[in-house]
Design a protein around this ligand. Structure first.
Ligand SMILES: Nc1ncnc2c1ncn2[C@@H]1O[C@H](COP(=O)(O)OP(=O)(O)OP(=O)(O)O)[C@@H](O)[C@H]1O
Ligand SMILES: Cc1cn([C@H]2C[C@H](O)[C@@H](COP(=O)(O)O)O2)c(=O)[nH]c1=O
Length: 211
């Protein structure tokens, strides 16, 4: 493994990615580890603006190919403006969603095709891939119920898709995991949040703190 890592967190809606990333960043900082937390789509001004377009619930007319291209455009700008420079400075980067989201949501669930979406992304970011990915596995109905129960963030255009769509997303992730079994670690996200945090921490402690 390289000295500093590009680590991504993936999973269906409400799986707990944001909650866990924040706790892990706090633990790493307590250990004086230089770490950057960021998210997709977003993380920088231009990509946050693209996020507003994609996720606005009023934008029901967005075509699935336009959607795939907008995610790839946001990714390209975010990667070259923020992620790559941080990696070059020696920071570990923890990113809430990355290319696997496009492969699962646009490639599989929207039906564009995983290979087709991969090729759009190769245009956007070349063959760059995370060093390590945590996939938070959860029944989408459980994840969506968390979002609606806690009311901590606005419900977006993708949340409003049918349960069938979100079930396809989960199946899409399973296909992606088959392609990248060494990179992607599956975490049971239906466990109590402290257990999920500890499972991720155990792996990162070995890779990043103890080395
Ligand atoms: N393991 C858990 N058990 C129960 N509730 C949880 C767990 N993890 C997170 N939550 C709660 O579920 C809600 C969604 O969590 P969070 O925003 O971290 O998920 P997310 O994966 O980032 O979601 P999204 O990708 O949809 O934005 C929050 O209210 C959070 O407190
Ligand atoms: C990067 C990326 C994201 N998505 C979807 C997944 C979620 O429904 C939203 C992002 O919302 P979150 O609260 O930040 O998780 O966008 C996607 O479909 N394709 C992608 O590449």
């Amino acid at each position: 493994m390289k000295n500093n890592l590009f680590i991504t967190f993936e999973g269906p809606e409400g799986a707990g990615k944001t909650t866990v990333i924040n706790k892990i960043i706090a633990r790493l900082q307590q250990q004086n580890i230089d770490v950057l937390g960021t998210r997709e789509p977003g993380g920088i001004e231009i990509a946050e603006k693209i996020r507003e377009i994609i996720l606005n619930p009023a934008h029901t007319a967005i075509d699935e190919r336009t959607e795939a291209l907008l995610y790839a455009a946001a990714r390209s700008q975010h990667f070259f403006e923020k992620v790559e420079p941080a990696l070059k400075e020696g920071k570990h980067v923890l990113c809430d969603r990355f290319i696997d989201s496009s492969l699962a949501y646009q490639g599989y669930a929207r039906g564009i095709g995983i290979d087709e979406v991969l090729s759009i992304n190769e245009f956007a970011i070349g063959k760059r891939m995370p060093d390590l990915t945590f996939y938070f596995d959860i029944n989408p109905a459980v994840g969506l119920a968390r979002i609606h129960a806690h009311n901590e963030r606005e419900v977006n255009r993708l949340d409003n898709e049918s349960l069938l769509f979100h079930e396809k997303v989960r199946k899409g992730y399973y296909e992606v995991i088959k392609r990248y079994p060494n990179r992607i670690k599956v975490v049971n996200a239906e466990q109590p949040v402290e257990k999920v945090i500890d499972e991720v921490w155990e792996i990162l402690y070995e890779l990043v703190v103890r080395k």
